[in-house]
Ligand binder design. Structure first.
Ligand SMILES: [Zn+2]
Length: 199
């Protein structure tokens, strides 16, 4: 299976544009206090295919309320950064997916190239089962699947069963579906959605 996109800068540009669209929607809605949101992006040092990433990947898009006395931070959902995990979200999904994603050799190669420690892999598996699967996002999503997807098979079986023409489309869709868990400071539903035509 071809997975050239994981080292292709165009793929990361696509995810960046999606993050920017999401951020714009969040900014337009403003702070819960009614205040205007100003850019307050913060630095990140993501691990991944660094050569495919431009300087935009050094920052997580975020906002701060301009109203004196509020100053609340609002960080939009992201399809690039999976919370505080140091590896890019796409890698956390692909490498954690034991089915429906890369071939076993493709996956092994990615783990070796990016030098992901075994203990990190184990932590990610635990995160899918014990954090993600317990959250409201998965409660909604899992209802869509009959027969149900066993928690122990996250995220691979989910990735395999999502709609999409190929792995890339299914992966982008999954990143978009999990984006709400990437931020504790914003909740709601987005009208922005990935358009596979732009991939
Ligand atoms: Zn505010």
């Amino acid at each position: 299976m071809c997975h050239a996109f994981v080292s292709d800068s165009r793929f990361y540009q696509f995810l960046l544009r999606l993050d920017q669209d999401i951020a714009m929607e969040v900014q337009e809605r403003g702070c819960p206090c009614g205040g205007v949101l100003h850019s307050a992006r913060y630095p990140r040092k993501p691990r991944g295919h660094r050569s495919a990433l431009d300087e935009n990947y050094e920052y997580r898009l975020s906002f701060c309320c301009a109203t004196e006395g509020c100053r609340r931070r609002t960080t939009p959902p992201s399809v690039r950064f999976l919370g505080r995990k140091v590896y890019l979200g796409v890698l956390v999904v692909l490498i954690s997916a034991l089915e429906g994603g890369l071939s076993p050799s493709g996956r092994r190669q990615l783990v070796d190239t990016l030098d992901v420690p075994a203990q990190t892999l184990w932590r990610w598996q635990r995160w899918w089962r014990e954090v993600f699967a317990e959250g409201p996002g998965w409660r909604l999503e899992r209802a869509q699947f009959i027969p149900p997807i066993a928690v122990a098979r996250l995220p691979g079986e989910w990735l395999a069963r999502l709609r999409g023409a190929d792995l890339l489309e299914r992966l982008v869709r999954l990143l978009w579906l999990i984006a709400p868990v990437t931020t504790p400071s914003w909740s709601g539903s987005l009208t922005v959605a990935p358009d596979p035509q732009n991939l």
